[in-house]
Design a protein around this ligand. Structure first.
Ligand SMILES: Nc1nc2c(ncn2[C@@H]2O[C@H](COP(=O)(O)OP(=O)(O)OP(=O)(O)O)[C@@H](O)[C@H]2O)c(=O)[nH]1
Length: 356
């Protein structure tokens, strides 16, 4: 018997945005507030350890990780295709698929990967660009390409508006609208957007005469950029992975984070402090000079360890690993609860992405 065709194809929404803009936070919000819509997730992280998939795991049945670095320049679309095929299979019972691009991805290429899929059960569902309200203007100065990313979005989410004043917010909104007059634009805190903006969206409209570039032209541009070794933001960036089974010394780690080695823009991952009596690990999030710890219960049976990815430009991986190594507790070193003061200063009351 032939496979029964679904009455409707499954939309695949791509969520992109620069490092730390709040993509995973948005994803977690969508997963918690899905209103019964079954969401399949594909995450693509820049570092060799996929922290993002750990941050959404447990929230959803179907999360798949495209690791080994940023996927956007992959010549071979088969990895993405295979995941789309698995999520779109009727036994998975998925209604919508969200692809979280790496923070350094070229969004056009991520879209191209979705459009390149030959799966008849999926349909491209649009591009959502997350903008870090607090960091975007300075990021644009360093990476003018970010404007082109905004220019092709269907929905722009201006996030972290709690970190900017009204004037800055208004000027950011007018810049976004000038760069992309046709996109829907919404502002939020902690990615709290109405899931209906992403899921039940009207079918993508055909490009109109007068649009700056047609969608096909944008995709063709993406091909050219790759072929010429083009100007992708991620080419300037490297990632360094650090893991340690020894607990980290809170005070030493905080001093390192407060005087970050040159070039680092983003650090994320899990930190274990071996303070007696605490079965806790901390999700560490650093974006620019903004540091945040989110305490989480250490699940029974989980071997405590620290696993961090640092992302930035002109990094010296060896010296970064050495500096982090020096933050680990040495044998016999007694670390009291008072050493955690610095960590508490950066600990958010609201525990964001948590394994239930
Ligand atoms: N103040 C504030 N912080 C936020 C907001 N949204 C997200 N964050 C924090 O910003 C940090 C980065 O958020 P993520 O969701 O991991 O960002 P991301 O875009 O997935 O990061 P990458 O995958 O590394 O590019 C985390 O510490 C979040 O808790 C917000 O609206 N306001």
């Amino acid at each position: 018997m032939g496979k029964k065709r679904r009455p409707q194809s499954i939309p695949v929404v791509v969520v992109a945005g620069f490092l730390g803009a709040g993509k995973t936070t948005l994803l977690n919000h969508l997963l918690r507030n899905n209103g019964g819509t079954r969401v399949g997730v594909i995450v693509n992280d820049f570092g060799s350890v996929n922290i993002d998939s750990m941050m959404v795991a447990g929230q959803v049945d179907s999360v798949m990780a495209l690791s080994n670095g940023c996927m956007c320049c992959a010549v071979d679309v088969s990895d993405m295709d295979e995941m789309l095929n698995r999520l779109a299979h009727r036994t998975a019972g998925i209604d919508v698929i969200v692809v979280e691009a790496s923070g350094l991805a070229e969004p056009r290429n991520m879209v191209r990967l979705v459009l390149g899929s030959e799966n008849p059960y999926i349909a491209y569902g649009g591009l959502v660009m997350m903008v870090d309200g607090a960091e975007f203007q300075s990021c644009r100065e360093r990476h003018p390409e970010l404007d082109q990313h905004i220019a092709i979005a269907d929905l722009v989410v201006v996030n972290k508006t709690d970190r900017i004043g009204e004037d800055e917010h208004n000027s950011l909104l007018s810049d976004v609208r000038r760069i992309n007059p046709r996109a829907a634009v919404t502002s939020t805190v902690r990615g709290r957007v109405d899931p209906g903006l992403l899921f039940d969206r009207a079918p993508r409209r055909e490009p109109q005469p007068g649009d700056q570039l047609t969608f096909e032209e944008l995709l063709a541009d993406a091909d050219d950029a790759c072929a010429e070794g083009g100007s992708h933001v991620h080419e300037m960036y490297q990632s360094v992975t650090f893991t340690s089974k020894s607990p980290m010394h809170p005070r030493r780690l905080i001093s390192l984070l407060e005087k970050q080695p040159a070039g680092i823009y983003r650090i994320k991952g899990y930190v274990y402090f071996g303070v007696e009596g605490r079965r806790q690990k901390y999700l560490l999030q650093v974006v620019g000079d903004h540091i945040a710890f989110h305490p989480q219960r250490l699940p029974a049976g989980e071997v405590p360890r620290t696993e961090l990815v640092a992302i930035g430009t002109d990094l010296d991986p060896e010296s970064i690993v050495e500096l982090l190594d020096a933050c680990a507790e040495s044998e016999g070193e007694a670390v009291g609860a008072n050493e955690m003061m610095g960590v508490h200063r950066y600990t958010l009351a609201e525990t964001a992405p948590v394994h239930p």
